[in-house]
Design a protein around this ligand. Structure first.
Ligand code: MN
Length: 252
């Protein structure tokens, strides 16, 4: 019998942008940055953009219909979610998006499907599983590095050291990598059941992963913006797709 390789569907959590120009000024549009889409296609995955909705039954179907979830970057997370008042340096929040991402995570977790959180996505994972965040690392005396680079997105600007006994180390095969950096929030206390596996030289947490078998990984940088020219970053997307393939084989 011929074995037809099943294509892996990668759901990418969406956001909403208000288009201020043209015939429909002020209109809401559902979107993701195209980098995510291209990073998935490059490794042979099929990208589905998941639009924000509050309809739980729709979100359940999203989780059933995708093999992997990428939680994309974007807005700051509502600090009330980890029982903190907003600090004066908090940026724009989008509580409807927090709810959507939390519900997606909940449903993906139930199905034990692999999850990769990128930037905000890493912070969403940490918050959902009971960790806390710094609302603004620029206000911390010890966080001395520039984590919000003014350079173009495909430029690496700071180092991340990767813990040796980690899935991230296994995936990338490196103990030290260079990343881009576009964040002012960061993980404060790591969620129970998770460990911090990547650190900037100033001690800021740059990656977390869930202990145990199913892959729930969060990175604070933007690998999708680097992947076109950076083979180390490509490995992340290749890996999540391969993980999902393994799951499919197990199902049979
Ligand atoms: Mn950083």
């Amino acid at each position: 019998m011929e074995c037809v390789e099943k294509k892996i569907v990668v759901g990418i959590s969406g956001s909403i942008i208000i288009d201020g120009s043209g015939n429909f000024a002020g209109y809401k549009r559902a979107y993701v940055n195209d980098d995510y889409v291209q990073a998935v296609i490059r490794e042979g995955g099929i990208p589905y953009i998941l639009p924000i909705t509050s309809d739980v039954s729709v979100i359940e179907e999203f989780a059933k219909n995708i093999d992997v979830l990428i939680l994309s970057g974007g807005h700051d997370i509502n600090p009330l979610l980890w029982k903190e008042e907003p600090s004066k340096n908090l940026g724009e929040i989008f509580p409807e998006r927090d709810n959507f991402d939390f519900t997606l995570l909940e449903n993906m977790e139930k199905l034990k499907k692999p999850i990769l959180g990128i930037c905000r996505g890493e912070q969403v994972i940490n918050t959902y599983f009971g960790g806390t965040l710094y609302q603004d690392i620029n206000s911390l005396e010890w966080a001395t590095l520039k984590h919000n680079q003014k350079n173009r997105p495909d430029l690496v600007t700071h180092t991340v050291n990767i813990e040796k006994n980690s899935k991230l180390h296994e995936i990338l095969g490196e103990e030290e990598i260079l990343v881009n950096s576009f964040h002012h929030l960061a993980v404060k206390t790591v969620a129970p059941g998770f460990k911090a596996v990547g650190f900037a030289k100033d001690g800021v947490v740059e990656a977390i992963e869930k202990e145990g078998n199913n892959l729930v990984l969060g990175v604070q940088w933007h690998p999708e913006m680097l992947a076109e020219k950076n083979n180390i970053m490509r490995k992340l997307f290749k890996y999540i797709i391969n993980e999902a393939k393994k799951e499919k084989v197990d199902e049979r």
